[in-house]
Design a protein around this ligand. Structure first.
Ligand code: ADP
Ligand code: MG
Length: 305
């Protein structure tokens, strides 16, 4: 399903080079639920961003479902991300100007889905995360845990093979976090989706089927990867910014939510790296939510229903 081999990534910090990923090897089987752990700043988000194709590695390869994403151009990576990957963030990143239902439908609409079943599909996903009755509310009316459930429904709308979650319980109280973890466990069972979740929480790691630990730029105790053939995928350019400009009335407000503290799960958002990661996450979402040439929200989607 996922094969990461020899992945390296450095950042330039002034005249200093900071080696973050130093040869990451990791195989993840279809249907695995992997908890990615490691201390703050160890490169977990960077690895996730490489997997999502938003960050380019300096060396090494990533195969997702036999496609070598490290060899794709940006447009093809955007398409792959849009079609095969669902992303869940610590700070939810719902679009405040859209209802809960519209937030869930958005990634499908941006992919050009004009099917009449889309609404029913989004409603079914909202039922699945037990928010059917809140579908016409705007995100600011929802608690943090509820917003995260919407984000999980949104991540599932395009029927992804892989869900990448970056500290999805890091901004929730312990009880709400447990409910979110249980939801991840259930969607994995129901949808057969592979999950890679970055987490600080022991409870989160306990729900996963495997734990991978990032230490000094490598995965501790990783099994050696096998080499598979990459396939070529896609061509052409995707316009990214337009649809998001249309869809986002205001930038998402980070950390807005009453349930912002959990003692055992420190947020990284107050560190410089955390702030950068957060900005990156917004960018990631924008990319995740867009990427077709006709990637505009249909006119008839404006607060109807
Ligand atoms: N875009 C970037 N530019 C420069 N440095 C970065 C960038 N993204 C991450 N880093 C640095 O890489 C290191 C790993 O960051 P990150 O992947 O966010 O760690 P983690 O998610 O494990 O806390 C940190 O030192 C961080 O400051
Ligand atoms: Mg991080």
């Amino acid at each position: 399903m996922i094969r990461i081999a020899g992945l390296k990534k450095s950042f330039q910090d002034g005249d200093q080079r900071h080696d973050v990923l130093c040869g990451v090897d990791l195989d993840i089987a279809a249907g695995d639920f992997v908890a990615l752990v490691g201390r703050s700043g160890s490169g977990k988000s960077t690895l996730l961003h490489c997997l999502a194709g938003i960050e380019c590695a300096d060396a090494g390869t990533i195969h997702i479902e036999e496609v070598e994403i490290t060899s794709l151009d940006e447009a093809a990576r955007t398409r792959l991300r849009r079609d095969r990957i669902g992303i869940v963030f610590q700070f939810f990143h719902l679009l405040p100007g859209l209802t809960v239902l519209e937030n869930v439908e958005l990634p499908a609409q941006l992919r050009g889905d004009r099917s009449t079943e889309l609404r029913a599909r989004a409603e079914a996903l909202l039922e699945e995360v037990q928010l059917g009755e809140r579908k016409l509310h705007f995100p600011d009316r929802l608690s943090g845990g509820e917003q995260q459930r919407v984000a999980i429904a949104r991540a599932l709308i395009n029927d992804p093979a892989l869900i990448l979650a970056d500290e999805p319980t890091g901004n929730l109280d312990a009880e709400t976090a447990d409910a979110i973890l249980d939801l991840f466990r259930r969607i994995r069972e129901k949808h057969g989706v592979t999950i890679l979740m970055v987490t600080h929480s022991a409870a989160a790691a306990a729900v996963a089927t495997r734990t991978a630990r990032l230490v000094e730029g490598i995965i501790e105790g990783a099994t050696p990867p096998q080499v598979i053939e990459g396939t070529d995928e896609g061509e052409g350019a995707d316009e990214i910014a337009e649809a998001v400009d249309e869809a986002i009335d205001e930038p998402p407000e980070e950390g807005a939510g009453e349930e912002a503290e959990e003692a055992e799960t420190p947020s990284t958002s107050d560190t410089p790296g955390g702030v950068r990661a957060s900005a990156r996450a917004t960018e990631l979402l924008n990319h995740a939510a867009t990427g077709t040439e006709d990637a505009t929200v249909p006119e008839d989607s404006e607060k109807d229903s």
